[in-house]
Ligand binder design. Structure first.
Ligand code: SF4
Ligand code: SF4
Length: 368
């Protein structure tokens, strides 16, 4: 049976109820500071990722039961529809994930594990409900195996055998300098039986950055030209011309970014928030190539009625949510939009135990 694609207006609207009560539908947690890879351009280890005073490697992180309980507490507090467990390399904590994932999904939150697949993914995890693995594969072996060693193609293919995964690709400039590269990549992963969907982002720089990975205008034009035909021929490829065009007109700033508005992100000490979005630091929104941000921005411009767009609805709801949270003790500290309250909210003595949600487990941002 053909699986349904994921990021659609309906998912945004399903997050609406949560926003109206001041909560974030989307969450990401860097569950460990450890990673055996050292990919060029990795934003998680960038000096500015956490605002400049410290970086991911300087933090103390958690292991064992303490990690599981603290992550589950965060989920209880925010009650997101969807959480991405990232790193570092989250599979460095695979023993903890074994119990953490079912504990989170039992709270009504869909879990996305984002991994380099450098560590084998246990096949029995595929039986977990409301759970999906996304593997990061940055280009064909000529680029990926250099950038992401030791998570080479050969190793990934071995480690995902018998599993069910999505693939995420961050396109960098050198990959668009050869004709046919994009199709070769999409075809290779489309033909893999383990792969459900393929997501594509483009390299998203910090402001003032001038990296060799950054795309030039002609590269975006080329993607816009090539994408509709690829989408038609490879249904696993979750991209369309509208999203591609959004790459040329991304959100003006974090305030204009629906993804930033709808998500809250924690790093490995489980206290520090990654702001204003998963990239942290001072991201250059004008060159943002994030797949989820682009898709939400594109959906945000879809008309609901007359001039009213999904984006208007989300932004209005954020304002209502702030107001509602002020009226409800125990909710205000879980607000996405109150940065100054984040540290206070994270103190164990301030944790508020909130009953499990009764919302349907939702496959929101990148599941199906
Ligand atoms: S696998 Fe991810 S966290 Fe690790 S170095 Fe590469 S991009 Fe960074
Ligand atoms: S996701 Fe992209 S557009 Fe949104 S705040 Fe981050 S860099 Fe800016």
């Amino acid at each position: 049976m053909k699986k349904k694609s994921s990021l659609r207006a309906i998912h945004l609207l399903k997050g609406w109820g949560g926003i109206l009560t001041g909560r974030s539908p989307l969450m990401s947690i860097e569950i460990t500071r450890e990673c055996p890879l050292s990919c060029p351009g990795c934003y998680a280890y960038g000096d500015d990722h956490l605002g400049g005073e410290k970086n991911l490697r300087d933090l103390s992180d958690f292991k064992g039961d303490e990690l599981v309980e603290r992550v589950v507490d965060l989920i209880r507090r925010y009650r997101p529809l969807h959480v991405s467990l990232v790193g570092g390399e989250p599979m460095m904590r695979h023993r903890e994930l074994e119990t953490m994932i079912p504990r989170i999904t039992a709270l009504g939150t869909f879990v996305m594990l984002v991994t380099s697949a450098v560590i084998p993914i246990p096949k029995h995890w595929m039986k977990f409900k409301d759970f999906r693995v996304t593997i990061s594969v940055d280009g064909l072996p000529e680029h990926h195996d250099v950038r992401r060693k030791p998570a080479t193609y050969q190793r990934i293919l071995r480690n995902i055998e018998g599993c069910d995964v999505n693939v995420h690709w961050t396109i960098t400039r050198p990959m668009l300098e050869r004709d046919g590269y994009v199709e070769e990549y999409i075809r290779f992963w489309s033909e893999r039986p383990e792969v459900n969907f393929i997501w594509v982002s483009t390299y998203s720089p910090q402001r003032g950055e001038d990296a060799v990975e950054m795309l030039r205008p002609e590269h975006y034009d080329r993607l816009i030209r090539e994408v509709p035909e690829l989408r038609r021929r490879y249904p696993k490829f979750l991209f369309n011309e509208g999203i591609a065009r959004t790459l040329l007109a991304p959100p003006r700033d974090p305030d204009d970014c629906i993804f930033s508005k709808m998500s809250v992100n924690y790093t490995a000490d489980l206290r520090t928030r990654v702001e204003p979005c998963i990239f942290g630091g001072d991201p250059d929104c004008s060159r943002c190539g994030c797949a989820i941000s682009s898709a939400l921005h594109w959906i945000g411009h879809r008309k609901l009625a007359g001039p009213l767009t999904v984006g208007h609805l989300v932004r209005g709801s954020v304002r209502v949510g702030k107001f509602a949270a002020n009226l409800r003790p125990g909710v205000r500290e879980a607000l996405r939009w109150e940065r100054d309250l984040a540290a206070a909210a994270a103190r164990p003595d301030n944790l508020v135990q909130i009953a499990s949600p009764d919302n349907k487990q939702e496959k929101a941002a990148a599941g199906d």
